[in-house]
Design a binder for this molecule. Structure first.
Ligand code: SF4
Length: 347
């Protein structure tokens, strides 16, 4: 039985944007603070290390996040990813996960984390209904890891987080590794060797020019096809089909059956053509692209007591007017303002 708002929008169906892309994924940042200072997201040296974080009273409350997720599912989104900053730092996180997991329209609830707090939280998150976890790990070499993440924790702690997630029952974890030429690219093959046959999927991510503080240079990007060639040389690979629309990773299986690997090539092989992701920041701004500079405020509608009708209408309208394809056009307008920082957008 469709709920009233779904009836109201059912004749509209999931909105399609101006490029006929459906709204299917919501990435919601539940906190902008982080216990890392990754050089590609929140570099310690930019802004002299003093990043301006949102005051607690500007953060979305659990109720507000639940209402936003309900509104998005009523408009057609089915996949919800909780991001940050570092989402595990949010107080009372398992209770929030439980609220969201209970929403009927949520078919897949996942989270992206740096993993170091998982030994404390993994079991509670699994019990609360979290389906999947993606863990960021940029190198197994401690000194390189420290260079990439700002030296606030160790790769060993992230590996302990991965073990805690496994013990809590999470399977086929996705391990995200951002590759920066000249910083961690020389340790990538060790990562491939380590995760082969582990049951987890290592994904190599081309370094992105998100935000305005990571001093991104095109020369620091290692193209995904370079890894394809290098890895295939050691361990033959065969391409795998996309599992669903909007998938960002190109997937390859090891021919010897030792699992798979993913390449996320947003710079050299943009995937805007089927991007079905909306993003909401921790203070309730809706963005239709990771690189968008203009957001739509949802918070003013959260104060309204008349259900979610206006909120759903605003989401539907915003998505229907969407025309973003930054990664396909970044070379056309070099140096333009690239909007919000990664830790605000949630990646
Ligand atoms: S650049 Fe924007 S439109 Fe393109 S894939 Fe990324 S988020 Fe989607």
């Amino acid at each position: 039985m469709l709920n009233p708002s779904q009836q109201e929008f059912s004749h509209l169906g999931s909105p399609r944007d101006l490029r006929a892309r459906p709204l299917r994924d919501l990435r919601i940042s539940i906190l902008d603070r982080c216990n890392f200072r990754c050089s590609y997201c929140m570099p310690k040296e930019s802004l002299c290390g003093k990043h301006s974080f949102l005051p607690a009273d500007e953060l979305l409350s659990d109720e507000e996040i639940e209402r936003i997720v309900r509104a998005f599912t009523s408009v057609g989104a089915t996949k919800i990813r909780l991001t940050g900053g570092e989402p595990l730092l949010r107080p009372g996180l398992p209770a929030l996960v439980k609220r969201i997991a209970a929403i009927s329209g949520v078919h897949d609830l996942s989270m992206t984390t740096n993993g170091v707090l998982l030994p404390r939280l993994a079991v509670d998150l699994a019990d609360a209904g979290l389906d999947r976890i993606t863990i960021s790990l940029d190198s197994l070499d401690e000194s390189v890891f420290s260079l990439m993440t700002g030296g606030k924790a160790s790769a060993r702690q992230v590996l302990e987080g991965i073990a805690a997630a496994e013990a809590a029952g999470f399977q086929q974890l996705k391990i995200n590794c951002v590759v920066k030429r000249g910083t961690n690219d020389h340790t990538v093959m060790d990562m491939v060797r380590h995760f082969r046959g582990s049951g987890h999927v290592l994904r190599l991510i081309e370094y992105l020019d998100v935000g305005n503080s990571n001093d991104w240079q095109k020369g620091q990007v290692v193209a995904g096809h370079e890894w394809l060639r290098r890895i295939h040389h050691h361990w033959p690979l065969k391409p795998l089909k996309y599992q669903q629309i909007g998938e960002t990773a190109q997937r390859y299986a090891f021919e010897d059956g030792e699992g798979e690997i993913g390449l996320i090539n947003s710079i050299t092989q943009p995937f805007c053509g089927y991007c079905s992701r909306a993003r909401v920041t921790a203070d309730g701004l809706l963005y239709t692209c990771l690189f968008a500079s203009q957001g739509t405020a949802l918070k003013p509608l959260l104060g309204k007591a008349d259900g979610n009708t206006d909120l759903e209408a605003l989401i539907h309208k915003t998505w229907s007017n969407r025309d973003d394809r930054y990664s396909e056009t970044r070379h056309l307008v070099p140096g333009r303002d690239k909007g919000q920082e990664m830790y605000r957008m949630g990646g």
